[in-house]
Write a protein that binds this ligand. Sequence first.
Ligand code: C2E
Ligand code: CA
Ligand code: CA
Ligand code: CA
Length: 276
Amino acid sequence: SKENGKNMYTFYARDMNDHLSETMLLEIELRKALERNEFYLLYQPQIDISTGRVVGVEALLRWNHGKKGLIPPSDFIPLAEETGVIVQIGEWVLRTACLQGKRWREEGLPPLRIAVNLSGRQFLSRDFVSSIQRTLSETGMNPEQLELEITESMTLDVNRSISTLRQLKNIGVTISIDDFGTGYSSLSYLKNFPVDCLKIDQSFVRAMLTDANDRSIVSTIIALAHNLNLRVVAEGVETEEQQAWLASCGCDELQGYFISKPIPDTELHRFYRQCS
Ligand code: C2E
Ligand code: CA
Ligand code: CA
Ligand code: CA
């Protein structure tokens, strides 16, 4: 019952090792959040730098906690990952984003790409590829519109990752490497990985105009991506100067507060009209 639940909370909070009790509390709350529909997605537009038009969005998870209000993903995703709840949350995110993609099409928007963040646990789970396939067919989402964002740290098991990525590619979804430049990628790694897009980490974009090293990193990633026939997206673009410099380097797409903050699904129509 609810009362017992409350007593358990106080019991654990008082008597157990701090981190462990916090983790257990959060795990219970995250499971409840799924049942109570406390999660929702915001969508951050990505524009084509040469046309200025929106070509895609990144789905970003939000948790509106019944009592504590809005909790940012950085405060619960690491623990959700640790406890494994992230797998169910990730399935919810994927399903919701796919349903939204379908709905936007029905509402008359063009086939925009929808990027969804994966967690390591999700990517490495046994039935990951079939769960993607199931979600696509159950929601009627066009696979070509779905992009999955992975990070370099998820792909330490190189052979397994390559096999998973190949299967995803066969389904028709695209893959991007998020936070690119902050992980362990080497050139040979990139050559062998069937990915479609690199997302330049926002730390480089932020420092780019004041730090010559960051500037070189950014222009090198762009050149590298193009030499490998990959699309390249800069994230965390906050100023016109950053946009101009990225354009001069030939970056393909931009994402960041200068373009738009993450917005609710209903606002995408207005944003789309505004930039086309
Ligand atoms: P990320 O995937 O690197 O997402 C980009 C983050 O940068 C988002 O933070 C976004 O709101 C923020 N951002 C966008 N433009 C700007 C900008 O111009 N300036 C600055 N300073 N920040 C900007 P958010 O939404 O708080 O998400 C944080 C992280 O949480 C994400 O980083 C991602 O790693 C994770 N995350 C979010 N949604 C999901 C999800 O559905 N599943 C999983 N596994 N992780 C998620
Ligand atoms: Ca991302
Ligand atoms: Ca990122
Ligand atoms: Ca990140």
